[in-house]
Design a protein around this ligand. Structure first.
Ligand code: M6R
Length: 610
């Protein structure tokens, strides 16, 4: 995943591109670059590292970048190490084509060989340079038709923005698989990977569809397919507000997003149930509700945090609706000859809606005849468009690479789907009303957890130098243990393992010694006594027990060295509270260890490659 931004209009372009890159930096940050059309021709600057490094470098020769048209890119390396030569924009060696790209050109080796045989020589190891070279090879004075012709030869995924040295005032963008939007301002255009780089300039925009090419010029814009037939995009009003994508008073997006969870959850739930009548109303599932209720089997799929939310959802669907349910990593599902019989419903869970493995799993399921549903945050994303129906999370833009509020939204939507199907199958009206009233109350209860942020930081400070942590939970809080371990790993670089608490004694207990942090996700619930038993086993071997426990639970006190309290709630909904405590633990561990919380090493916000 990479970030693209392009601008064509009357304003000085360099500050605008740098600002856009900063907003898109969550998409990848191992190198960055700009190409600006100046009176002396297109000027390029590329630098390894974050956008700030590029800004510093380009700032040294700012006058060279005076111009009002340009393209820019922030990279998450796929082909070739993070190095200046591999950073975008790439250019061809003949026609003065400059190109930025997000995606993967799958047949780039074949194309490269063909281009080399025609005498082209390459400076980088990237697939993108091959595309720039191909456009240059086909260029005969019309950038739009050269791009169309080149893309006909390409397999894979791309979002691109392109300029040609000899066509001032023209920019061409195109998309297949990777997202790209065009913002329409007053006599100006902003092309970007997502609306966050557009909304500061205009709220009128359209998303490019697959295989669409867009030509922007001072005279206007047009969109066409690869065969030059006109295509009419749907221009929309962007709903994203600037404050949603700005830090405000928070030091990091992750902390901001953790603290936003009460409001995010309210937005997820708003208008989707009536607790008094025990009714769940999911507009997005209206057409397929019957099929969901009658499903013979539900398969939930996703990756990372979304996969953990799927596990919680599985427990809820089986408990409330009694529909056989299973969770599969999308990356495994797509390759394992999965069983899809009549009545199988495949539900893809994803914050971004662009995760490559999840998209591929959906395609696989759809081809085998499954009804497909999406539980997605980003409106208009690929998953939301390719599924038969779905429910949006509505938690607002999530910018921190570590997913937080999306998890809460995913679990809440999972709960609504499970209660919706449950009520039409096995769940009594009383049980339904009770669950909905409790679900409604969770937002305020999350505040009680975030209010303990300082306490959690102090508690984490005691163990932050330890390199190995365990996370343990049972039932609904087993997936939470997995999620806690993932959060700690990805932003603090501490090795952490999550597992069902009972699994510990089948091997991992051998690791426990001398103050090893063992985090027990242990709110009150059906297996509470068993979890306390597991805590005793850890303490007996010298481990340090940190418990996430229900307010007022005194039974746990003698068994834990430290306790983080969460308000009481039904067991099935407890992940919505316990996870927040673990998010804060991970956040503070990362800050205490001095890491860049929002941009952890080697990662990017969404994984659009296999
Ligand atoms: O956008 P998605 O929800 O499909 O992303 C799935 C995972 O890549 C994502 O949850 C990842 O594990 C996060 N960085 C976890 O914090």
């Amino acid at each position: 995943m990479c970030g693209i931004v392009g601008y064509l209009g009357p304003r000085p372009v360099l500050p605008l591109l740098l600002e856009g890159l900063k907003r898109l930096e969550y998409r990848g940050y191992d190198s960055a670059g700009v190409a600006v059309r100046s009176p002396a021709g297109i000027q390029v600057c590329r630098e390894v590292g974050k956008v700030a490094s590029l800004e510093a470098k380009v700032g040294l020769e700012r006058s060279r970048f005076a111009g009002t048209e340009g393209i820019a890119h922030t990279r998450w390396a796929t082909h070739g190490v993070p190095a200046e030569r591999n950073a975008h924009p790439h250019r061809d060696d003949k026609a003065g084509i400059h190109l930025v790209h997000n995606g993967i050109i799958e047949n780039y080796t074949t194309l490269r060989k063909a281009l080399e045989s025609k005498g082209h020589s390459f400076q980088s190891e990237t697939d993108t340079e091959v595309l720039a070279m191909l456009v240059g090879e086909l260029y005969e004075g019309d950038l739009e038709s050269a791009v169309q012709a080149a893309l006909k030869q390409v397999t894979g995924a791309y979002a691109i923005a392109v300029m040609a040295e000899s066509e001032p005032g023209v920019m061409v963008a195109a998309r297949k698989g990777s997202p790209l939007m065009v913002g329409l301002g007053q006599g100006e255009y902003v092309v970007a990977s997502d609306p966050s780089a557009i909304v500061a300039h205009t709220t009128q925009a359209f998303a490019l569809e697959d295989f669409t090419v867009c030509r922007l010029s001072q005279d206007g814009w047009r969109t066409s397919n690869l065969h030059n037939a006109p295509v009419s995009p749907k221009v929309m009003e962007l709903e994203m507000k600037l404050e949603e994508i700005e830090l405000g008073d928070f030091p990091h997006f992750m902390l901001k997003e953790i603290f936003e969870q009460p409001e995010a959850l309210r937005n997820t739930l708003r208008g989707r149930f009536n607790a008094e009548q025990g009714e769940v109303i999911l507009g997005g599932l209206q057409q397929v509700g019957r099929d969901l209720v009658k499903a013979r089997r539900i398969v939930l799929t996703g990756q990372g945090t979304a996969w953990h939310a799927a596990l919680v959802t599985e427990y809820m669907i089986e408990e409330f609706a009694r529909i056989p349910c299973e969770v599969q990593y999308a990356s495994e599902f797509r390759y394992r000859n999965p069983i899809v019989e009549e009545g199988t419903v495949l539900v893809a869970i994803s914050q971004s809606g662009e995760t490559a493995d999840t998209l591929a799993a959906l395609e696989e399921g759809r081809e085998r005849g499954a009804m497909t549903l999406g539980v997605v945050n980003v409106v208009g994303s690929s998953i939301s468009r390719m599924t038969d129906a779905g429910v949006y999370l509505r938690v607002g833009p999530e910018i921190g690479v570590a997913s937080t509020k999306a998890f809460v939204g995913q679990v809440a939507v999972g709960a609504l789907m499970a209660i919706y199907a449950g009520r039409r199958r096995h769940l009594s009206i009383e049980a339904t009303k009770h669950l909905l009233v409790e679900l409604e109350a969770i937002s305020d209860k999350i505040r009680a957890v975030t209010a303990q942020s300082d306490l959690i930081r102090d508690l984490v400070a005691k163990v932050v130098d330890r390199e190995n942590w365990l996370f343990l939970g049972r039932g609904y809080n087993y997936p939470v243990a997995l999620e806690g371990a993932l959060k700690v790993k990805e932003i603090s670089y501490i090795h952490a393992e999550g597992m069902p608490a009972a699994e510990m004694k089948h091997g991992p207990i051998a690791l426990i010694h001398d103050g090893m942090p063992c985090v027990f996700v242990a709110p009150k619930g059906s297996q509470h006594d068993k979890v306390i038993g597991n805590m005793q086993e850890v303490r007996a071997r010298g481990g340090r027990v940190i418990a996430i426990a229900t307010e007022g639970d005194e039974a746990i006190v003698p068994h834990a060295h430290d306790i983080i309290r969460v308000p009481e709630c039904p067991e099935a909904l407890s992940p919505l509270l316990t996870t927040v405590a673990l998010q804060l633990m991970a956040y503070h561990a990362a800050v205490l260890r001095g890491h860049d919380v929002d941009k952890p090493r080697n990662l990017a916000k969404s994984v659009t490659v296999e």
